[in-house]
Design a protein around this ligand. Structure first.
Ligand code: PEP
Length: 383
């Protein structure tokens, strides 16, 4: 039985957040008490002026983070807006003869109250939802569909997207030949476009290759790199993948970097070593900045297209291990890296796998070829 450290990394993060929440609440209460006359007014004003601005900025950053992760950050965002409105209203209704200090105290009271309510609501809602990572469902179409069929498929995903929680980030990765048409079909939706591969070089005499810059120019935001089929059939090595990763980042593409062991390796109990090496040889070469913009997909080769799926427990075990390996190099940032599961993921098993703490979504092959199935996999994330 392996013991992994990633949970304690996350626990430390959560503890820090809780301490910060406690500080914010303490500041709000102190300000409220002094404004209410329990503590001297100058004390309250000093506390407010020195600390509240910083705390509110910090809370706003968290709200922004939630917003970008699409995890109901709007709740906090609108609480801020409400506090602002309440303050404006209190100011507006202050008696004509009110001094500046009276107005100041009134604004503080309104903002403090709204802040207190926001902080309490925030903590109740997120108490059992500490995972702030992006939820991703990415479809790898591989070498399937003709262009017109691909467009139909993309349109089907766009049409049904509204039925799935907006917290899920959908990505479709069609063949190169379909990219511009699929980009057109996705226009106006929040579904992102990705490619299945890119060249290791920037440009030049590389017949048959497609540069990362070309993908970016067609609207791609993601690129799958290191898929086991490319490692196996096209001899992709870590050396090539390092170059491809560089190209992806140079063109603002987020790599979806695939790792995973084959059946023999799993049966020999070498799966941890295999994924560790795949990470160390490529991901460890990224800068901290690049790492912040990375998605990992764990895809056991024995589960790809075979109908065999890793159990939710197997997925969680190795995802947690991957996060630990990432944390050894990138520290706390590893807690923010989305790790997707891939390998015969379908509507019937997605919810169970996605419910695991370290599973942040799926890289979907076969089931991504039917819009209804792809969307149903997205529904594996509870609203
Ligand atoms: C894949 O190859 O990325 C994959 C997960 O395929 P499937 O879902 O068909 O197993």
């Amino acid at each position: 039985m392996q013991h992994f450290g990633s949970m304690s990394e996350q626990e430390t993060e959560h503890r820090k957040r809780r301490i910060a929440d406690a500080v914010i609440i303490a500041v709000i209460v102190a300000g409220g008490l002094s404004i209410g006359g329990v503590l001297p007014a100058w004390f309250g004003r000093a506390v407010w002026l020195l600390l509240a601005a910083g705390c509110w900025l910090w809370l706003a950053l968290r709200a922004w983070h939630r917003l970008t992760m699409r995890q109901r950050g709007w709740l906090v965002f609108w609480s801020y807006a409400a506090a602002g409105c309440a303050a404006a209203w209190v100011l507006h209704t202050a008696p004509e003869q009110a001094t500046l200090w009276v107005r100041f105290d009134r604004i503080c009271s309104a903002i403090l109250l709204a802040g207190l309510i926001t902080a309490i609501a925030y903590n109740i809602i997120y108490k059992n939802k500490p995972n702030m990572r992006k939820k991703i469902v990415a479809g790898n179409w591989k070498m399937n569909t003709l262009p017109a069929e691909g467009v139909e498929l993309a349109k089907g995903v766009v049409a049904g997207r509204g039925e799935v929680c907006s917290c899920v980030n959908f990505i479709v990765c069609p063949p190169f030949t379909h990219l511009s048409m699929v980009a057109e079909a996705l226009k106006g939706s929040d579904i992102a476009l990705g490619a299945q591969n890119c060249a290791a070089e920037a440009k030049g005499a590389y017949t048959g290759e497609v540069a990362a810059s070309m993908l970016a120019a067609l609207g791609c935001k993601y690129v799958i790199l290191g898929h086991s089929e490319r490692r196996q059939y096209y001899g992709e090595t870590s050396a090539t993948l390092n170059k491809k990763m560089e190209q992806a980042y140079a063109n603002n593409l987020t790599p979806i970097y695939c790792v995973g062991e084959n059946l023999e390796e799993r049966e020999a109990g070498k799966h941890f070593d295999v994924v560790k090496a795949q990470i160390e040889e490529v991901v460890y070469n990224l800068t901290e900045e690049q790492f912040k913009n990375l998605v990992i997909a764990y895809e056991p080769v024995w589960a790809i297209g075979t109908g065999k799926t890793a159990t939710a427990e197997q997925a969680q075990e190795i995802h947690a291990y991957i996060r630990k390996v990432l944390a050894e190099k990138f520290g706390a940032a590893a807690a923010e890296c989305p790790i997707l599961y891939g390998g015969s993921c379908k509507p019937a098993n997605a919810a169970e796998i996605f419910a695991k703490e370290d599973v942040d979504g799926g890289l979907i092959g076969g089931a991504a070829l039917k819009a209804a199935d792809f969307l149903a996999i997205g529904k594996g994330f509870a609203k």
